[in-house]
Design a protein around this ligand. Sequence first.
Ligand code: ARG
Ligand code: ZN
Length: 875
Amino acid sequence: KEIFLKDYRPLDFEIESVDLTFELDPSETLVTNRMKFVRKTDQSQLKLDGEHLVLVSIEKDGKILDQEDFYLTETDLTLNCPEQQFELVVKTRINPEANTRLEGLYRSSGNYCTQCEAEGFRTITYYLDRPDCLSYFTTKIIGDECENKVLLSNGNLIEFGELEGGKHFAVWEDPHKKPCYLFALVAGNLEVVEGHFETKDSRRVDLRLYVQENNLDKCDHAMASLKKSMKWDEERFGLIYDLDVYMVVAVDDFNMGAMENKGLNVFNSKFVLAKPETATDVDFEGIESVIAHEYFHNWTGNRVTCRDWFQLTLKEGLTIFRDQEFTSDMLSPAVKRIEDVKRLRSFQFPEDAGPMSHPIQPQSYIEMNNFYTMTVYEKGAEVVRLYQTLLGRDGFRKGMDLYFDRFDGQAVTVEDFRNAMADANQRDLSQMHHWYIQPGTPKVTVTKQYDAGNKTLSLSFKQTLNGKQEHLPLLIPVVFDVLSPSNEAALSFSLSEVDQSRCSRADNGWLFELTKHDESLVLQGVEEEGYLSLFRGFSAPILLDYACTQDELVALASYDSDSFVRWESIQTLALMNLIENVQAVEDNREMVLSEYYAKALESNLADTSLDLALKSLAITLPDESYLQEALSDKGMLINTDSILAVYGYMKQTIAEKFESSLLAIYQQMQSSEAYRYDKDAIAHRMLKNRCLNYLSKLPAQQDWMQTQFDQQSNMTDVFAALEAMKPYDSVWKKANLADFYHKWNHDDLVLDKWFALQASDQSDSALDLVKSLVEHADFHYTNPNRARSVLGVFGRMNMKGFHHASGEGYAFLASEVLKLDKINPQVAARIVSPFTQWKRYDVARQEKMKSQLTKLIESGSLSKDVYEIVSKSLK
Ligand code: ARG
Ligand code: ZN
């Protein structure tokens, strides 16, 4: 069944308060749910959501209802309620132990926990399971004392005590109204790490991290991250925490990253636990940003929530934007921006060009969980960033302030957010709506024309969407500058009076507001034909089509003061070179390393003033998925064998050509200091390991991998050494992997890395290796992290195995999806997603991928999660 945004209707009933009692039992938990209802319209039929429930009894205003008083289906319970106000008590029985979907109440490593977003609460009890139903929650938890030392729920603990039969109980009261997707319950034998934070209005907040005992030594980083987040939100947005306690629980089995339940976040343990020996820099950064993300949701998501699930980007796009800004302040703004753009291009652009393409505000869905996407999250964050680019930081802050003034405690829409931004700045932002309702990545074509006689530089801009100009035109901020080819400085120019209203000074250049399909801008008094530095800081989530010369790109790649454009220019040179080589392979010509790209690499390698992390990014080839994206954009079908050949050649050639500088930098970056998590130390490791990766291609330099692996100094370096070994089919690689397994098989998160490494193996035996992984004693379909480490990584990052010309990779993954779908549909739906891109590949591969999709559909037993993706892919 498909749900549509246009069908939204306000609630007929409100639930004033909910009083829940859980009598915990691994297989027979009894839930008693006492709700006070108020009828709001003259509709008297009340339909409550409920799935996977055993109904024990319903009572209205003290009277037990008979079978004929209500109507029960697999998905809901309907009853007639003509009263203005009434109370319902619904008792249900659920089986947490058998819940492998990990939605609702389930068990993970012997502990009870919940995941209710988006629609998991209805698997706990009958309820109006929609985000605009806000209510006051009180939760009583009764459990066996030996097995459940801690009993947690949202809000404040108001009562606890002993009961007979070895049981005890706790009562939690949440003073803030909330939708049920923010409900949480946790119980079990967990240990706690405590900290505290003093708010700027001098209140003390207790911070508690709950983990399993063996993980107590891995909590420092998460705790520090939480404190930094709380402080940052006070400073940047004036937002203060609103309860006396903030709890975070780490669980091993979790479908997503983490969940912002009010006062009681539940996290995938991957985003809590870290120490230098077990976690890489990327893991540390992930923890810092996910802790921040969930914390920031307390205001953007919880205090102001969504009216319906079509508004998901209201909280997610905004909260991702906020966590991006946070990370940018904690580490390096330039590096963070580039990393986010890479992520968007590698994962969101393909999504938006494929069969699951949807606007950041989807207009319909079959399974809501399928819409927790890169588009809603990452592109949504880019759209929020557009407001900040248009209004400036201060203007954006004014808009945020007004948003909270107007909507605190309410469930609202993306229009409400936009109106707050507009009204706080006295601006008409109605055109921004077009970003919310149209799918696809816009393309902006820019051309320039210099008139030396009149000293004018005319810039013309054209926007298209999905190859056409039939779309509602988007408001696109173009941040740019014009640089002198002779001395790197920005050229000065003036603008006509009309143009001044469309183009103004910005912090990092000029801001031109493109609002029409076609528009041009004339810069006057320009002394020479300059180089264009366009979309500085990636000022809009678009594809840029600008035919500039390679000389211009080399210049921008060597000295543009905007680090994004500088990086982008070298990426563009690399991309042109990669595409040329793909064509060369297909036409049986020799591949080359382009002299322009080589020149840009050389100047970046030699630039001693360049930030080390930026240097590392500059010498990194574009991701394979970005190349695929570019090839598809050119209308070319992808032959993965050519892509593999091209990357092999490029890495090898760059390594050979720059051997001495790569080696010199590699050695310079060595450090004997203990691991530190800070911008500088991270940049050193990043550059060092990039150099190692190139050096590993050269027979004379191969020993560095082993030396670095043997040092075992921290997981970042150990893992980088193993990564560099991936292409080799050798005895020593196997020995190192065996060693690693032996050392770490007691630690699930490290073991996930061991699995992921092999699932993305690039040797000739990649496919067989992956098939053996699912037979390994430590592989479990029931653990999402493990399933993703093998099957998710295989589909997304193992071009050699997944796209094996025999089609065996496809057959393998499809059959694994079927197995997993029976256990956990949400995870299966993520793992099937590489198949959605089938139309991009060469004809032979297309057919093989498509036939697997057809087989999946014909199995006839798909969950709606997997069904939605597979059926849309075949349309
Ligand atoms: N709201 C969570 C976050 O982004 C994501 C939870 C989504 N879970 C799900 N099963 N759809 O922080
Ligand atoms: Zn979120």
